[in-house]
Ligand binder design. Structure first.
Ligand SMILES: Cc1cc2nc3c(=O)[nH]c(=O)nc-3n(C[C@H](O)[C@H](O)[C@H](O)COP(=O)(O)OP(=O)(O)OC[C@H]3O[C@@H](n4cnc5c(N)ncnc54)[C@H](O)[C@@H]3O)c2cc1C
Length: 402
């Protein structure tokens, strides 16, 4: 992979790669795309699954690491501000109201950046991701809506040298952003802004097919889906029809093997290295949830703030008993009949956690599941891979025996 001139940096010495020739994280690889660029030269240090480095990354990017004694930072990471919002004029076809796409458009229109790293879709398959360096608002808008599959976003770093792009806005999920932050200093850029998405339970394209086939009435017509704060998955079909399935009605025995091993070993749910994070799970139903981590994040939010209907974050309920019950039910791969799942879903939605408490419910449920999965399947690397903030959260629950 390396040439001979010792005065060049490792990525400058790297020869073009054959896509897929090296993925050192092996089974745990999240296909973030770094290894499909010359920045593969740094993979042993940069890969989120070979070298967890939350403290160093947070300190470098935000000026400090998270305060583990502050519950909001323990759960949601370094922050200046959290709020909930909706675009006053929602963007048709976006995942939620389209704050992310609108921000990308404004970053280009105002000249803040020369390009936006985002994910369009294959012309043959709506769920196959195609990362791009978008240079126009139209190209950013063409990337709206989630492609709920592992996406090789960082492969487009390969296009940076010679592109004239000096200021970049990168949109991405945690594993992509951890690797991007690790190589940031070596990129041919003057300024990098990072707009993060929270992310959990991603799947390969084949895994997505299994999920859709086991969950929804007509998998081939699904154009959009989301796990929402009312404890239901909302599917939208190409004819505009909406279908909902309660979380508690999922075919857990079948789906346990569907999630990518990378996602089962990830604790970067809330995208610790991003400047600004836009998700939904810390907001009440129908609204988006925004975390500003640093001054660059505040600068990004300012691009769209007057287009938003904003509200403070709120929190209601107590998640803890529901999380503990969920740990045991998941481990035993309990599958409820659909009538009972709908009933449980209604009750939990009526009395269950809301706002930030819903966000904590989801984090607790996933961190405990992932810690158990790692300790069972990868005991040698488990303790290295679980960061201190996740360890503290997991320790609040009783886990099944290994
Ligand atoms: C795989 C995945 C899982 C998620 N899980 C959660 C969650 O559990 N909790 C939560 O609060 N939020 C989650 N999100 C974020 C949430 O679903 C919305 O994407 C976010 O709120 C932005 O909505 P929007 O309408 O503003 O986005 P839009 O304006 O529709 O823009 C969507 C953006 O997502 C990017 N994108 C699409 N697919 C991918 C991908 N596979 N990898 C990287 N970037 C991609 C596109 O480039 C586009 O810019 C997840 C997102 C993804 C991609």
């Amino acid at each position: 992979m390396s040439g001979s001139n010792p005065s060049l940096l490792p990525h400058e010495r790297a020869r073009p790669l054959t896509k897929g020739s090296t993925y050192p994280a092996k089974e745990l690889c999240s296909q973030c795309g770094l290894c499909d660029s010359r920045w593969v030269a740094y993979v042993r240090n940069a890969c989120a699954f070979l070298n967890q480095q939350f403290d160093g990354m947070e300190a470098r990017v935000h000026g400090r690491s998270r305060d583990l004694n502050n519950e909001d930072e323990l759960y949601f990471g370094v922050q200046q501000r959290m709020l909930t919002a909706r675009l006053k004029a929602p963007l048709a076809g976006a995942q939620w109201t389209g704050i992310v796409s609108r921000l990308g458009v404004r970053a280009l229109e105002t000249g803040l950046v020369d390009a936006v790293l985002c994910v369009q879709q294959s012309e043959h398959d709506r769920f196959t991701p195609v990362p791009v360096l978008a240079r126009t608002p139209e190209q950013v808008l063409a990337a709206r809506v989630n492609k709920p599959t592992l996406s090789p976003n960082l492969e487009v770093l390969e296009q940076l040298p010679g592109s004239g792009i000096k200021r970049l806005l990168a949109i991405g999920v945690g594993c992509q952003i951890q690797a991007l932050r690790a190589v940031e200093a070596t990129l041919p850029l003057e300024q990098l802004y990072v707009l993060g998405l929270p992310c959990v339970d991603n799947v390969s394209r084949d895994g997505l097919q299994t999920f859709l086939e086991s969950t929804v009435s007509s998998p081939e017509t699904v154009v959009h889906y989301e796990f929402m704060q009312d404890f239901r998955i909302h599917f939208r079909h190409s004819d505009g029809r909406e279908e909902t399935v309660p979380f508690f009605g999922l075919d857990t025995p079948k789906l346990k093997d569907v999630f990518a091993p990378s996602c089962l070993s990830c604790f970067d749910y809330t995208n610790a290295g991003a400047d600004l994070v836009v998700g939904y799970m810390g907001a009440t139903f129908g609204r988006q949830w925004i975390t500003v981590r640093n001054d660059r994040g505040a600068q990004l939010l300012a691009l769209v703030e007057d287009e938003l209907d904003t509200a403070p974050v709120s929190s209601k309920g107590d998640r803890r008993a529901a999380v503990q019950q969920g740990i045991d039910a998941y481990d035993k791969a309990v599958r409820l009949p659909m009538w009972l799942a709908r009933l449980v879903g209604c009750v939990v939605n009526a009395v269950g956690p809301k706002g930030l408490e819903y966000g904590r419910f989801s984090i607790d449920s996933h961190f405990t599941r992932n810690a158990l999965w790692l300790r069972r399947h990868h005991p040698k690397i488990a303790e290295r891979q679980i960061p201190e903030f996740a360890r503290r959260i997991v320790a609040r629950y009783r886990l099944p025996a290994l």
